[in-house]
Every structure is written in structure tokens, then in C-alpha cells.
Design a protein around this ligand. Sequence first.
Ligand SMILES: Cc1cc2nc3c(=O)[nH]c(=O)nc-3n(C[C@H](O)[C@H](O)[C@H](O)COP(=O)(O)O)c2cc1C
Ligand code: SF4
Ligand code: SF4
Length: 397
Amino acid sequence: MAATLRTTFAGISMPNPFMLSSAPPTTNCEMVARSFDAGWGGAVLKTMAYNLDLVRNVNPRITAVKTGRSIQGFTNFELGSPKPIDKWLKEAQWLKERFPEHTVFVSLLHTEGLIEEQWREVTRMFNDTGIDGYELNFSCSHGMAEGGGGAQVGGNETSIRMVTSWVREETNKPVMPKLPAMVPDLAGKARAAKSAGADAVAAINTLNSLPGIDLHTFCPYPSVGGNSAFQGLSGRAIKPVALRSVAQIAGGCDLPVSGMGGIYTWQDAAEFILAGAGSLQVCSSVMEYGYSVVAGMKQGLLDYMDEMGFTCIDDFCGKALPHIKAHNSLPRDYKLCAGVDESKCVGCGRCVSSCADSGYSAISLDNKKAKVDAAKCDGCGLCSQICPAGAISMQLR
Ligand SMILES: Cc1cc2nc3c(=O)[nH]c(=O)nc-3n(C[C@H](O)[C@H](O)[C@H](O)COP(=O)(O)O)c2cc1C
Ligand code: SF4
Ligand code: SF4
């Protein structure tokens, strides 16, 4: 049977698992409509706020974190949408009438204290718009988090349960808290959400950070009139944290997970599914390349599924989880030694200094070719990761 990307997530039928995450690519529903035409299966609308005085943005608010010319991630201190909720209501209704088959979540965030009636009222307002579900932003790492919102809520199981239950009591639609990555016992946070009636969880949001500091003015980037603030890191740089988070949640809580954080390619998408994500969300790669990135991701994922004999997302969702063990249960008698393919070695000496200055002094250069002293090699694997020529592989002793 041919593979299909059509899937069901938290009870919602989706044309494919690729959604835009709540961020600049979902600033308004006309844009989201264009993204659906470009092939995205769903979208989480930009987080909206009850009190617009508290979401006044600064200029600039997005910085690229680069190695040379290549972008490793973005930091931002963008706040929630400055658009009033009654405008979002109309836009969301228009979007769902035009795209009934596509998945649309709204994203809610508290802006001033945990005001129960605000959460309940906004939830009720969207109940009749045709949207598919509610993402609860318990994870914004900057701005709102400094005022007790966002990640401050997601870091505390009592707050997670309290706010989730307010929303749960006002709607029959799926409720999906979006959790922060850098908290102790992330799976416990997901279970807290479940105990309050959540249908799914999303992870991860940005990671609190500073992208760099101007060496002459001493102001961190970006300067907003001479000062800056902590920001949220997204993109390629956070993918390992995001994969870990998704796997921890999927391994410790039986709610469906919408995974995100550094998804740029079909291989990234496949890895998130293997780690337990039932749907995928994307922001940074769209900010860098536009909506069209989804075409390659979808085709690549379908080709991979065909190659592996998977007919649907559920066939391989979470398949990596049985391979993630407690560290102390990994075998200690599995012993490796570095081996050099001399035909590939260009004699650069990088492996020599890495091994000498990071532990074991097991490599030397002999006639411009690296030589490993097996008696000294501790099998750490560092040199095989450092070698620019791909000349070193780890071999079973
Ligand atoms: C400029 C910018 C604004 C964002 N705004 C929101 C937001 O309003 N609500 C939210 O839940 N996440 C927001 N995010 C976080 C993204 O939705 C996403 O969780 C994060 O960027 C990781 O995914 P990525 O690596 O694909 O970008 C924002 C991210 C960026 C870069
Ligand atoms: S890093 Fe690689 S190419 Fe350079 S000396 Fe070592 S084995 Fe040879
Ligand atoms: S595997 Fe580690 S100890 Fe062995 S040669 Fe390489 S860097 Fe040195």
C-alpha cells in the first residue's frame, strides 16, 4: 500500500502532519491561507493577548545567530499578536470556512496574572468559529515569562493544571498546552496537563538566551535604543533539545505530542516522528526560506516511508523510544578503538591536538598520516567527529 501523510492527531484529521507554529508565519489568516495553498496541513495562529497594552513590540526584535554566513538559529523578543481578539475571531472563522479540511489551532497566553475569567472568556469566544483546537502558550521564554506568564506557567505543575482545567471546562475541542523545554521532569509536566483534561501537548518553545554582546558598546544584540533583554532561541541550534523534549514527553506520558524546534528538512521531520511526535510544527525554516519549504519535507518524508515500508505516520511514531535507555543500563563491555583510513587522511593534525588536549594523547602524525596507539585510545569517539576528511571511524575491539 502506498504511504500517505494524511493522519489523525488528537482526534483531528489532518491532510499532513506539517503545521506552522504560532509565530511570525501565522501573523494573520490571509498568510495562513497562502500557506495552506502551498501545502501545509495546519497552523497554530500567532499567540493572542487579552490586554493589548502588554504586547507592544520593540524594534528590532529578531537576531540571526550565525557561524560564518550560515544561520544556526534566531533569537527574538517578539510578544503576542497586537491584533485585538475580535479581529482574530473573524479571521479564524473566515479561514476555517475556506479551508475546512485544514487544522487550525488558536494560541492563548495570559498577559497579566492568571486571571481565570480572561482564559474562560477567550476560550468561549472561539468555540463557535470552527477552529479545531486550543494551544495554551505555557512556554514563551522571554517577555511574558518575565511577568509571570508563558514559561513561568509551564514550569509549575499546579499552574499547568489550573489553567488547563479552566480552558477544558469551557470547550469540547482539543486542548494542547505548549510546554517549555528547560524544566525538571518534563514528562511530569505533560502528565499534569493530562490530569487536567489536556488532549495533547506541544513542545518546544524557544530557549531563553542572549545572542551576543557588542564589544564596544557592551550592549547585547539587538540594541533597542542602547539596551537589550533576554530572548528566545529557535531554529537549528535547538533541535537536539527539542528532540530530547519530545522523546521525554512521549516516553513518560501517553498524550499525543506536537513536536517542533529546528525542523528544516524531511530528515528532521522523520526524527521528530521517531522520537514520538504525531504532528510537526515549524517556524524558523519558514522565516528563513518561506512557505515553500514544506514541499520538499513532504516528498522526502513520503519517499522515506515508502523505502521503510511505513504506510502512515503511526507506523513509525515513537520507534526510537525503545532505544532510549537509562545511561547506567548501557553496556560497559562494548569497546571501540579509533581507526584511520590513510587514503583519506590529509595530515591536518586536528585529531592529534584534540586527542592530546582533550584526554588521551593516543594519536600522532607519522609521515603526514594519523596513527592511533590502540593501547592509549579510550574509544571516546572525539577524533572521528573532529576529522574534516572523514578519515577516522570507530571500530569494534
Ligand atoms: C520571532 C518568533 C516569534 C514567536 N512567537 C511565538 C508566539 O507568539 N507563540 C508561541 O507559542 N511561540 C512563538 N514562537 C516560538 C515558535 O512557535 C516555536 O516554538 C520555536 O520557534 C521553535 O520552532 P522553530 O525552531 O521551528 O522555530 C516564536 C518564535 C519566533 C522565532
Ligand atoms: S583529522 Fe583526519 S585528516 Fe586530519 S590528521 Fe587526523 S585523520 Fe588525518
Ligand atoms: S577515540 Fe578518543 S581516545 Fe581514541 S584516539 Fe580518538 S580522541 Fe583519542
